[in-house]
Ligand binder design. Structure first.
Ligand SMILES: Cc1cc2nc3c(=O)[nH]c(=O)nc-3n(C[C@H](O)[C@H](O)[C@H](O)COP(=O)(O)O)c2cc1C
Length: 253
């Protein structure tokens, strides 16, 4: 098994990191575009029903209503709402032997993704940076400095991130997954973070909140804010969450 630095997956993540100094010289790749929808014009088409009355379909309105939200009410989240979102995204739901299974699936049940929070507007929680202790279902305070602006700056100055009630920051602990799967493990930890984020966005929707996933950030700046040893653990994904501004949707079906 190669050491981390020798894995092409590891090198790939390092090589595709955004850096403030070099971002302007990043060029669009010279790769031709393709259509968004794949068509099979010659194939027989079987129309699907557009409505359903299944008991299992309680999730339908959450899926229907979820849209990336980039404007938030300046209203705090309650601790219950935050706890629900954390549980929905990474809470432990079952135990078997040495395994603690969670709400979101994970390749090999290895759970290489860690959750950090930039808490900005949460009742009974001082603004600052926190780490989610999954086993203890608790938050570890890692900095009591107001982090909203520095997180937004590290996320390529996306202003809406400074107005979130809370921003979730997901990191990958490479070895947790790659010590078993080597290079292929890089796929799994990225896939895992997608599951986690979607669970969070649906939980946000269920609590009158909304969020926007964000993958455009200066990797080294976020890692520094989170005081990470970036050789071992790095930011891979994030989401800004806040109370929904009730506005007529511009999207129709
Ligand atoms: C991997 C990924 C990265 C994203 N990064 C950003 C981002 O940095 N900034 C942003 O405003 N939106 C970001 N988005 C949100 C997309 O723009 C959004 O999902 C897309 O426009 C579709 O809209 P919807 O989420 O409302 O369905 C990201 C989404 C994904 C899945």
């Amino acid at each position: 098994m190669p050491e981390l630095e020798e894995c092409s997956g590891y090198k790939y993540l390092q090589e595709t990191a955004y850096c403030r100094e070099t971002i302007q010289s990043c060029k669009r790749p010279a790769i031709a575009e393709v259509d968004t929808f794949k068509k099979y014009p010659a194939a027989e088409k079987i129309q699907l029903p557009r409505t359903w009355e299944l008991d299992e379909a309680r999730i339908t309105p959450l899926l229907q209503e979820r849209r990336s939200l980039r404007r938030f009410l300046m209203e705090p989240l309650t601790m219950e709402e935050l706890a629900f979102m954390l549980w929905s995204s990474q809470g432990i739901t079952a135990k078997a032997g040495n395994y603690s299974f969670r709400t979101a699936p994970s390749g090999g049940a290895l759970y290489p993704v860690e959750t950090y929070l930039s808490a900005n507007l949460v009742e009974d929680l001082d603004p600052g940076l926190y780490h989610f202790d999954v086993e203890g279902f608790a938050l570890d305070r890692i900095s009591d400095r107001d982090s909203a602006e520095s997180v937004a700056a590290a996320c390529m100055n996306q202003r809406f991130m400074a107005q979130s009630a809370v921003t979730f920051l997901w990191t990958a602990v490479y070895r947790r997954c790659m010590s078993k799967y080597g290079n292929r493990g890089m796929r799994y930890l990225l896939i895992d973070s997608g599951h986690i984020c979607q669970n969070l966005l649906l939980a946000a929707e269920a609590t009158g909140c909304g969020g926007c996933p964000v993958a455009a950030f200066y990797d080294d700046e976020v890692n520094t804010l989170l005081q990470l040893d970036s050789k071992e653990e790095t930011i891979i994904y994030s989401a800004a969450v806040g109370k929904k501004v009730q506005q007529p949707s511009r999207c129709t079906l």
